[in-house]
Every structure is written in C-alpha cells, then in structure tokens.
Write a protein that binds this ligand. Sequence first.
Ligand code: DC
Length: 223
Amino acid sequence: MKIAIDGPAGAGKSTIAKKAAKELGFIYVDTGAMYRAMAVHMLRSRVDAGDEAGIENACGSADISIAYEDGAQHVYLNGDDVTGLLRTEAVGDMASRVSQVQKVRDRLVALQQKLASEQSVVMDGRDIGTVVLPDAELKIYLTASAHVRAMRRYLELKEKGTDPLPDPEAIEADIQERDFRDMNREHSPLRQAEDAYLLDSSELTIDEVAGRILALAKERTEA
Ligand code: DC
C-alpha cells in the first residue's frame, strides 16, 4: 500500500507521516531529506544556488541512498551519513533551489519509486500524489495557515534554545517565500492532486490529524 502526503513546509507532514507509518507498520520515506542531501552536496561542491547548469553538472556526482536504522530513515551522500546535517536553514534554502532542477528531480523520483515498489510506504513531499506515486491508494494534502506554521517553527526553535532566535514575522516571511517558490516552479510544483483528501491542520492536534489519516487508510484497505 502507498500513502502519499503532500503539502507546504511546516504543515506537520513529517511528524504525521512518521506516526502513521509506525501505526501501520509501513516504512516512512521523507523525500525532502533527499533534496536536502542533494543540497549538502551542492554546498560541499561550492556550487552557487542560482547556477542551474552547475547544479545539473554536480548532481551526477551525488550518490544518494536511504537506509533504516531502528526504524529511522538515514540518508547517505556518497557513503557519508548526512542525516544530522539536513535540518538547517541554509540547507533548506539550498534544497528549495536544487529541487527546481529537473535533472535532480528525475534522479530522486526514480529512487523514491524504487523504495515504494519494494515495501508499503507512507511518503511525504511536494509531488508524491501528483508525480511520484500517482496510483497511491491514499493521497493527503496537508496544509495549515502560514501564520500557524510560522508559530510552530518559532516554538520549535525556542524549545531547542536557538540563539539568536528569529522573530515569528521573519519566519512567516521566509515560509511565504518558500511556499511561493515551491508552488510556482516550472517542474512538479506543489499542488493538491485531484484525488487527494485536503486536511487543514491549523486547528487540529497531531493526534487528531494522524487519527483522520489512519481512519482513511483503514477505509481504503477495507474497500
Ligand atoms: O520538506 P522539506 O522542507 O524537507 O523539503 C526541502 C525542499 O525540497 C523544499 O523546498 C521542497 C523540496 N521538495 C520537493 O521539491 N519535492 C519533494 N518531494 C520534497 C521536497
């Protein structure tokens, strides 16, 4: 069975997808982490974020693979476990840029499709329901208002003791800029698949969202 969860940054996709995968005994595939690993490769290769030809060239020398250790996804870049390097703003920003390049997408989509052909998955990203797994049995489009997403990110950074702590307005502006790039890029822009179920998590808890997805998954398996 394949469950696709798409939506903008900060909507809670990874938390929810991880939880749903655990309950169902499926593998969780975080496709954003693959674009982030590709971004680490570009930063290491000193390719400029705006240099599309340079990104196309350098992506050929990135060997990205996924392994599961105690159920958690680890991403390898040319044999190096880069999982711990992926969640910084600099890598996120570069990932948003490398993900605009079709050659990068072709390589990573092939890897994602291979993983889903080998086991039952909950996969999250931006183009899972539309491009990667168009035949997924269940598609969710998970969103929340930019304001709510910014506040969640702010509290997460505060909890981590981030210093200096960016103010919520700056985070919201950054989220809006990233949404715009993800939704308006030429290749595989973020959009809701026609057969996707729309879930707005602005006013819902993690458990409520996960509960709805699990109920839908149950319906589909019994259908
Ligand atoms: O979900 P995330 O923030 O880890 O994703 C990082 C970037 O990768 C984000 O800007 C969008 C891009 N991405 C994509 O284009 N397609 C995917 N399936 C997953 C992520």
